[in-house]
Design a protein around this ligand. Structure first.
Ligand SMILES: *Cc1c(COP(=O)(O)O)cnc(C)c1O
Length: 359
């Protein structure tokens, strides 16, 4: 048994994906070919946002978002301490300071109460300028955007949704209006790394926004800060495009994606029915839908439990064993064990079971 069975998905879609790849090889427009624009439109329609700008990977997508907000040295950017490293890394890469936030024990996502505490702490210390929040849709579940958006507004902070794992998830409000992951905050980002809910066959990413101004900046930053003329560079940017072949593959995978989400939810329901009396299983709050990037359980006795699964040929993985504030590279930021009790406990107890649409 595989943890994520990409081969089963390829066999299911083989003839369509092979044809799409062959089309690219035949037209030869390997960089920014027609499939890239076709995919950006399809992603915009699916998520329900005005602009999608694809790029080279999910880390670059976050970096591009921070460039749009001119995040720099002296700025504080708030993010969960329980996340994948890239969320914090991009903040440091832009020379700003990541300020970590504890997690909600039920959802594993950033805790709004602790977020506000951390913002007030930075304001009171007066050393850094609070500029932005990166919320993460961890394991596929959208973060608590109703509360996080209110906090961002109250403190005049930009909000970035890191939907690398959340693509496909949604939140439906009390009026019955559903918003998909990728549509929250000022800018949202995702990753098409093969193991993500919507993955390609290499690296890929995308940035989502409803702002015309941000979209224009993102299209410039993605290609060396180009102006209206490709060889007139009006700002310092990056080289971060999505390959045409990856866009072609994603177009076929996106067509199948709604059915895959149904399959993932069925697998999650089966797990819940079988395992809820053995471990603490993941709970999806009312109105929320998860894309089930991971199926993550809690156990006080994780090493033994994982060994038992392994003995039966069932792979398990720990996402994540180390919080951001405990990473060696951030030792200089002055955090201590006990600063984020919920996240630290999660790091000691979480383990994930196989999860994919062909389980
Ligand atoms: C995977 C991931 C990223 C980075 O995506 P890449 O495409 O690997 O660069 C960023 N944030 C989170 C939460 C992720 O899971």
């Amino acid at each position: 048994m595989q943890f994520i069975d990409l081969q089963a998905q390829y066999q299911h879609l083989k003839s369509k994906i092979d044809k799409r790849i062959a089309d690219v090889l035949n037209h030869g427009k390997y960089i920014m070919g027609p499939e890239v624009q076709e995919l950006e439109q399809a992603l915009a329609d699916y998520v329900g946002v005005k602009h999608v700008i694809t790029c080279a990977n999910g880390t670059d997508a976050l970096t591009l978002a921070l460039m749009v907000f001119d995040i720099k040295k002296g700025d504080a950017v708030f993010c969960p301490t329980f996340t994948f490293f890239a969320t914090a890394e991009v903040i440091s890469f832009s020379n700003a300071t990541p300020v970590f936030v504890d997690s909600n024990e039920q959802t594993f996502n950033i805790c709004p109460e602790n977020l506000e505490k951390q913002i007030q702490k930075v304001i009171n210390e007066g050393k850094l300028k609070p500029k932005a929040i990166i919320a993460v849709d961890l394991f596929g579940l959208p973060a608590n955007y109703p509360e996080i958006e209110a906090i961002a507004k109250k403190y005049d902070l930009k909000l970035i949704e890191d939907a690398a794992q959340g693509f496909g998830g949604s939140i439906t409000d009390s009026q019955g209006i559903a918003k998909k992951a990728g549509s929250f905050g000022d800018i949202a980002t995702t990753s098409f790394f093969p193991a993500k809910p919507l993955g390609c066959y290499g690296d890929g990413g995308a940035v989502f926004t409803n702002s015309d101004e941000y979209a224009e900046l993102l299209r410039s930053y993605r290609v060396h800060g180009k102006g209206s003329d490709k060889y007139d560079n009006v700002r310092i940017g990056m080289n971060s495009r999505l390959d045409t072949i990856q866009a072609a593959i994603l177009l076929e995978k996106l067509t199948e994606f709604p059915q895959e989400l149904i399959n993932r939810n069925k697998a999650a329901t089966n797990y819940e029915n079988e395992l809820a009396n053995l471990y603490k299983t993941p709970k999806v709050p009312t109105g929320y839908e998860s894309s089930w990037a991971q199926y993550t359980l809690l156990s006080d006795n994780r090493e033994q439990v994982m060994a038992e699964y392994k003995a039966q040929g069932i792979p398990t993985v720990i996402y994540y064993a180390t919080c951001m504030h405990q990473q060696s590279v951030y030792a200089g930021l002055g955090y201590q064990e006990g600063d984020f009790p919920v996240a630290e406990k999660l790091c000691k107890q979480v383990f994930s079971l196989p999860m994919h649409p062909y389980l």
